[in-house]
Write a protein that binds this ligand. Structure first.
Ligand code: OOG
Ligand code: MG
Length: 254
């Protein structure tokens, strides 16, 4: 299997916002190879001038695992090209079939890599924020195997981070509501994320270390969706309100 060729396929699909068949339909895609495809596809983005900004975690809540039918935690690489300005606007035509989900973002004050304890993970945090991830599988009908989704950078597509708070706010169990045009579409708690989002940060450090990367100071870690993801539609105003941490919002152009 040609890793570069598969990377080009998922990268082109993302760039052209055009759905492709699952890679696994042609040949088996073992997890280590899938992560190689992911790394190679993100390298193509960096080659076009994007910067690495951090890591996103996936399938860290039961709601997400059940929605997508995958019970294995995964990770993906975030780049500057994926950042959506808080209060900003996105255009649907840049995506295949985007969805949005409520998350927690951590900003690191010091590098993290390899297995770390929860207190070590906590001590590396500079700030925490409410955040929304825009996921957009490049596969037809948003259907994929574990290898497929990992190769597709774990559906990474966009992320929007709200106001940063000092990490003395405990993120263990913060109520949240995601609102479309003033109507609540998802209600939950950050406790849905592995029982505590800090566990997701520690897992991110372990994944990064195993991949031979560290999470540098200044990196952003998205802890994973706390609820199922909601499909985006033209014209909708999307807002996430999180207990103690405040709100973050963006609009989809009409
Ligand atoms: C895969 C990405 C999962 C999360 O927060 O659990 C994810 C997907 O659902 O398409 O981002
Ligand atoms: Mg997510």
């Amino acid at each position: 299997m040609d890793i570069e060729q598969l990377a080009e396929r998922v990268d082109d699909a993302a760039r052209n916002a055009s759905a492709i068949a699952q890679l696994s339909a042609e040949a088996e895609l073992p997890l280590p190879d899938a992560y190689r495809v992911q790394a190679a596809s993100v390298a193509r983005r960096l080659g076009r001038g994007e910067r690495r900004t951090g890591i996103k975690m996936g399938f860290t809540s039961r709601a997400k695992m059940v929605q997508m039918g995958i019970g294995t935690m995964i990770w993906g690489r975030l780049t500057s090209g994926m950042a959506v300005e808080e209060g900003g606007e996105i255009v649907l035509s840049r995506y295949v079939h985007p969805r949005v989900e409520p998350e927690v973002a951590f900003l690191l004050r010091r590098p993290l890599a390899g297995p770390v304890t929860l207190p070590e993970a906590a001590a590396a945090v500079e700030a925490v924020a409410p955040a929304m991830e825009i996921i957009d599988s490049r596969y037809r009908d948003f259907k994929f195997s574990l290898g497929d989704v990992v190769a597709d950078n774990s559906s990474s597509s966009g992320y929007c981070v709200g106001p940063w708070s000092a990490p003395d706010v405990d993120t263990a169990n913060l109520g949240l509501v995601m609102v479309f045009d003033g109507r609540a579409v998802q209600i939950g708690s950050t406790a849905a994320i592995l029982g505590h989002p800090l566990r997701s940060l520690a897992a991110a450090a372990a994944f990064a270390g195993a991949a031979g990367e560290d999470l540098p100071a200044g990196a952003i870690v998205l802890a994973g969706g706390a609820t199922t993801a909601e499909p985006l539609r033209a014209g909708v105003h999307v807002r996430l309100e999180m207990e103690r941490l405040g709100a973050v919002a963006f609009r989809v152009a009409g």
